[in-house]
Ligand binder design. Sequence first.
Ligand code: NAD
Length: 479
Amino acid sequence: MSSYPDTLLFIDGQWTAARDGRFLDVVNPATEQVIGRVAHAGQPDLAAAVAAAERGFALWSRMSVFDRYRIMRQAATLLRGRVDEIAPILTQEQGKPLAEARTELLGAADTIDWLAEEGRRAYGRLIPSRAVGVSQAVIRSPVGPVAAFSPWNFPVNQVVRKVGAALATGCSIIVKAAEETPASPAALIRAFADAGVPAGVIGLVYGTPSEISETLIAHPAIRKVTFTGSTVVGKMLAALAGSHMKRATMELGGHGPAIICADADIDHAAATLAAAKFRNAGQVCVSPTRFLVERPVFGRFVERFAAVAGEIRVGDGLQPDTKMGPLANVRRVDAMESLIGDATAKGAKIVTGGQRIGNAGYFFAPTVLTELSTDMRIMNEEPFGPVALMNPFDTLDEALAEANRLPYGLAAYAFTGAAPTAARLRDEVRAGMLTVNHLGLALPEVPFGGIGDSGYGSEGGSEALDAYLDTRFVTIRDY
Ligand code: NAD
């Protein structure tokens, strides 16, 4: 059994318990056992975190971009060197297999490198003026101390996108990571601190989410809000940010359509999409969920996909042969049971899976449903679990109408052998991200974000930095 550390708050460069000494339990979703504790911040802790972030911003925003870059690259190096130590911690608190935990950590190091590099190129520009002796400068300044809220599905990756972009642009940041998965984000922050990020530039707090968001977003020192989580909570936080005129980035839920045309390589599409569906037990905002399959190949696609699903070894993520871990918390098990129960009561057919596995640990079988109708909750609410919904279609118009039916617009997938079909999908699928004939989303260098109810702003590519920069204009006549 690997050891699992308790997690403290990180305020003003110090790891510290809450001033009132309060802690919350952390549970391993594979065993339902309490494995550790996380400090629960109260108002005095939050006040100290904000004061530190103000001092941190004054320091970090004035440090040269080159020095910031060097510290960030060192943090990435430290993180890579600690992967073997941190991956089992991530697996114990979140559930995902060790291999996925390692991939997440190595990906986080790559994200830091990319954002550090990109920060060196976040220039303003000079605009030629209409008059002699007049300069016109566009200056991009860090927006200020940031409040960041991140979820439990990718405890490190969701934090690093925010911290990396903030640091690369000269902002300080207070992170409220998920209380259920606190130790792996703490290990990430430790790598930054050990690399030389000064006290106050990064804060890490845990506690009661609504108390922390209401306190931080309303605080005049905080200039930007970034949130990843459900659309329901995102709308609340966006409204709060709006009422205080704070900049905001919202990475929210999705209900990803995957369109499989008859001219595609069906076996390749089934294997590729099944890998995407069951990664992290389906608890991925960009997970493919509604599979729309052209009628002549429907039977074959369902059969191939269900065969892959049926072979996935579900178990404790610490076991080397586990391919899919438990759901991260009991809320997801309840949600799966309730959504699948509603669907089957209304006529959906279970091809494989459909139920919890065992009595201990939040394990759920990889599930495929067919014969779905739009009055079922699962066709409208993000399942956020290992369930694939499959219906046939006859025309591309019909598939596009279903793909675009929901208010979400995060990730979409398609497989087709025809270039004109791919071009039509590119133009007509309403989603922030579309990947055709392969899985190509979420690399550090490409934009990552949704439209519609899936939120706004991007957490990848050079666009990731825009959210942390104010654009200012200065014109000077030199005589
Ligand atoms: P949730 O919406 O209550 O929580 C999601 C995250 O937001 C958690 O980390 C939580 O701590 C935080 N949060 C909740 N209320 C908050 C508040 N008032 N202020 C600040 N932060 C707050 O739901 P959940 O049960 O944890 O997850 C359920 C749903 O959330 C899923 O079905 C999925 O739709 C969505 N989700 C999305 C992502 C994503 O990557 N976009 C990640 C996790 C969860």
